[in-house]
Design a protein around this ligand. Structure first.
Ligand code: GLC
Ligand code: GLC
Length: 659
């Protein structure tokens, strides 16, 4: 009725509290208005109505569902007034339509609040005071006002989408980048992974790692909201540098039920802040005082929070010198300290081992990436000592990954609680994982010693399918107590060898790092929802929105997508295609342009609004490589980072030649 959790559970109460009013053909939903609420909903129509229903069963009919409502079959509503049970709103409009004729009808669904002391009219009654809502209803039952409101909405979106528009040889790339992928990034920014068809209720709130990653695809659209989000997230960080895994956006408090100890979490804050700084150049955010665990008096500049994030891992190194994994890293289902044999236990929060042995190569890679960003940030703040220290730790971790995290042909995934390898050719199942191949290379590990190249070849050989890159192979065929939830899924689904679309872009970016534009783009195209439209019968998800997962090759439904909309896939694909394949990349220094696109592309065009300036970019291919030569406003420019324009200049023309 007004309470997402209670509505889905507390039927013994809720089936008795529903109340409505119907006045002048408008339906008012006023459940709980009599006591502590001063808000209500309304449903109105621009035509004279022939009838209404407000009780679900009256409309749908006994033992029927929405696919076959009795009222529609009868062609008549029954003017039902809801007393308890399940209030709905339905209007009956009679229309005569000639051939080719169109008519317009407005249906208006709204929410309204009254001042506390003017809730009722007459004041001594229990009737909703409609004096303040009636003008609103009258306005939006007027066609000109509705058109104007839609026009405003359209302009708002045109403005948001205009930040980055591309014209490539591929219609699916254009469609996703210019409209749908950006739109999905707004949805994930707003909703994270909560309150959806796939994650019903509101219990989960916003994930610390999820929301930081979502910024990668969102920050260019509304930087001010990204800034606010970063400060909210940072305020849930714990004094240890760790973080609540989730927080509630309304209270802005961490979720106690889930708690902390996901040892990758703190680094995503560095990644999110770096993305914000690169996009905006707003260094003032680092000076914002932010509390720990929302405790008044504990405020420190955001910059100090980032230092604690970094230190968190250094305080938690395992036997091989790699980061301890804690409850899990990015892969929520690799629960190496869980050892759960009890039905119903949460894999994410059950911890039966003290966590002093199991280590994550993934966190090591994330540490390297975040550490490099942090050093850059420190340098620009004049904190040279800190920058040097961070880089020394990063170098040490890189060595550790090379020595302890390499399996010969690919990067290992982890060490379990017995100190045994996970993601190694020595394993019977789960020999190779995508996460460390993508993320180690993305972080720059192995670029100079052949490991990056070898890891990419191994991905192509063992993990790539026509429907995307599988998370790990071979799939776990049974439950492994020491590995946790990953082995609870049937082979081919979710983290157990599904195509987890979230981390496919890590490999795309890694492929651009090793200079393989054909393969980067090929991987991008395999999971592009628009490109998959011709196989919709198999794909079975919206052809304009990314899904979290496509069933892997071990699943009977290989190629079928699931859990669309709220997934980190949105931000990472947007980031991979715009910043690494098309190569239009905000950096601390300015806008860099360094495409790594297929050899067969003759070029592409793009406009990018960056720090208030519009860059009109035209890329032309002359050779088959990735060498970039820039001309800025007609003048040759030796670097790939476009120089800041002169004060007041609003447009810059950049010609890019690829050789
Ligand atoms: C879900 C979670 C995300 C996690 C991923 C892999 O998408 O929201 O936090 O990283 O699964 O387990
Ligand atoms: C399950 C899902 C995983 C998600 C986690 C947290 O483990 O498999 O994708 O991240 O729940 O909700």
């Amino acid at each position: 009725m007004w309470d997402a959790n209670d509505d889905a559970t507390n039927f013994q109460r809720n089936f008795s509290i529903g109340e409505v009013e119907i006045e002048d053909g408008v339906i008012y939903h006023k459940t709980e208005y009599r006591e502590r609420r001063n808000h209500f909903a309304y449903f109105a129509c621009s035509r004279k109505t022939e009838g209404f229903d407000t009780q679900r069963e009256a409309f749908v009919g006994p033992y029927r569902g929405w696919e076959k409502p009795l009222a529609v079959e009868r062609g008549k509503l029954s003017n039902s007034v809801a007393h308890g049970w399940a209030p709905i709103g339905a209007h009956h409009v009679e229309l005569q339509l000639g051939p080719d004729e169109t008519q317009e009808v407005i249906f208006l669904l709204g929410y309204h609040e009254n001042p506390q002391e003017q809730k009722f009219d007459p004041p001594a009654s229990q009737t909703v005071n409609k004096k303040t809502v009636k003008p609103v209803i009258a306005k939006y039952l007027n066609f000109a006002d509705v058109d104007a409101a839609f026009e405003k909405l359209r302009q708002y979106w045109d403005g948001l989408l205009a930040v980055c528009q591309v014209e490539t040889p591929d219609v699916h790339t254009n469609r996703m980048v210019n409209i749908w992928n950006a739109y999905q990034c707004m949805a994930t920014f707003n909703m994270s992974r909560s309150a959806s068809f796939y994650e019903s209720g509101i219990g989960r709130g916003l994930g610390f790692r999820d929301s930081n990653q979502d910024l990668l695809g969102f920050v260019q659209m509304v930087p001010a909201r990204a800034r606010e989000r970063i400060l909210d997230l940072a305020a849930t960080q714990l004094p240890s540098g760790g973080a609540y895994h989730q927080y509630q956006p309304l209270t802005k408090r961490g979720n106690n039920d889930v708690g902390s100890n996901f040892n990758d979490d703190p680094h995503w804050l560095i990644v999110g802040v770096a993305a914000y700084l690169k996009e905006t150049g707003d260094w003032s955010i680092l000076d914002e005082p932010v509390p720990y665990d929302n405790a008044p008096g504990s405020e420190q500049p955001l910059y100090e929070h980032l230092q604690r994030s970094f230190q968190y891992t250094l305080d938690r190194l395992g036997p091989h010198g790699l980061p301890l994994i804690g409850r899990a890293d990015w892969n929520d289902c690799l629960n190496l300290n869980c050892f759960s044999d009890t039905p119903g236990q949460s894999f994410q929060t059950t911890t039966n081992k003290d966590g002093k042995v199991a280590e994550s190569v993934f966190i090591a890679a994330l540490f390297v990436l975040a550490g490099r960003e942090l050093a850059e940030i420190a340098l620009r703040r004049g904190r040279t000592d800190e920058a040097q220290r961070d880089l020394a730790e990063v170098a040490r971790m890189e060595d550790t990954v090379r020595e302890q995290g390499w399996d010969g042909e690919w990067f290992l995934r982890a060490y379990d609680d017995f100190g045994r390898k996970v993601g190694s050719k020595e394993c019977a199942e789960g020999k190779i994982f995508i996460e460390t191949q993508g993320f180690c290379v993305l972080a720059g590990i192995g670029l100079d010693d052949g490991r990056a190249h070898a890891a990419m070849e191994s991905v192509a050989k063992h993990l790539a399918t026509e429907h995307g890159i599988i998370l790990q192979q071979p799939a776990y065929s049974r439950y492994y107590l020491e590995l946790g939830e990953i082995s609870s899924y049937p082979p081919g689904y979710k983290e157990n060898a599904g195509i987890f679309c979230h981390n496919n872009p890590w490999v795309m970016i890694a492929e651009t790092q090793v200079g393989n534009g054909d393969r980067a783009y090929d991987y991008y195209a395999r999971i592009n929802p628009s490109a998959r439209e011709p196989i919709s019968e198999l794909h079975r998800c919206e052809p304009y929105v990314y899904a979290q997962m496509i069933a892997g090759r071990d699943a009977p439904t290989h190629g079928e997508a699931k859990n669309s909309w709220l997934t980190g896939t949105a931000a990472w694909n947007y980031y991979a295609v715009t910043q690494w394949i098309l190569g239009i990349r905000p950096t601390f220094e300015g806008l860099e342009i360094r495409p790594v696109v297929p050899k067969g592309w003759r070029g592409f065009k793009a406009t990018r609004l960056f720090r208030g300036v519009t860059y009109n970019i035209a890329v032309t291919r002359e050779g088959e490589g990735n060498q970039v030569a820039l001309k800025v406003d007609g003048e040759p420019w030796e670097s790939t980072v476009v120089p800041a324009p002169v004060e007041g200049q609003r447009e810059v023309a950049v010609e890019v030649t690829l050789k």
